[in-house]
Design a protein. Sequence first.
Length: 379
Amino acid sequence: MRILYVASDQVVPGRTGGSVHVLEVARGLAARGHEVHAVVHRSPGVPDVEARDGVRWHRIAWRPSLRMFRFRAFEAVARIAAAFPPDAVMERYYNFGGEGIAVARARDVPSLLEVNSPAVDHPGSLKGLLDALVLVRPLRRYRESLCRQAAALIAPILEIVPEEVRGKTEVVTWGANVDAFRPERRSAEVRHALGVAENGVLALFGGSFRPWHGVHVFEAAARLLRERRDLFFVLVGGDSAGAGRGYRGRRLGAVAYERMPAIMASADVGVAPYDTARLRQLRLGFYWSPLKVFEYMASGLPTVTIPRMPLTEIVREGEEALHVREGDPVALARAIERLADDTVLRARMGASARARVVERYSWARHCEQIENVLLRITS
């Protein structure tokens, strides 16, 4: 089928989780034989229209250029839909979006809403409070309307979509590109370039540096272990690069997605020390699909993370991961030391992680689930 995938606030190629997600979904659906037209945000030095990875990319902008005016992309999306009439429209949800759903309605084709962040107000939400002050709750009414108009929704957990549409919502987790991220990408040259000793153990954090991602916990644990000369700590992401701040290691800053498989495979332990108290939206449940954890698994790494669902299901305690208390650098340091001191345990967990992600959490599996929903709503 011809699929119009609207994610017009995302930059592809890019270095964020959202960018990776849109890239992998678009080319994953194309690999399954569909004609995919992906609408993303215009960026300097990249063609406005480009055929790449089996996908036709359409890069657009709107005015005012702020993300909260994304709904004003309707005309641009409508022109693309007129030139390449879709069988279905899939939109990446954003509270101020809706242009894909509107185009689908105007063309009388089914739409799928991809919900990766809450489409409901969490307890204590400032947005919900401001909405209530207007009495008619325009933001809530708008997003609930988007959800009702969509023929189907997909989300990592049901709790982030309005209760009235949960019956037409499919639970779909994110994944990893298991062909790109694999243990065979391990490189002595990469480890040397990072400054890791020949027999050293590299603990890696990869991802954005949002407060609740636990970078502060990771670095505090690294400082507790600074006397161990065999341990090296690397952080990938964030705005700045430089030497470790009181520990043996370094920050690499933002790194292109294409470089990440070799870096991850060259590590020994993947760390995801989420501190969920720092994000109120997570009171609804841990809805964030853990991209870094899936990529650690695909790279054959054991993971150290927190005991929260669905993390405890994705990487099981003692099987693919060690679970430690949130916000506790001492517990995190102990878990890293345990894995550093036991090569057999690292190898066993890493092998189990690789097998599990290939079976359950690949982007190919993710796109197969989406395809099933699209086929159902277009039949």
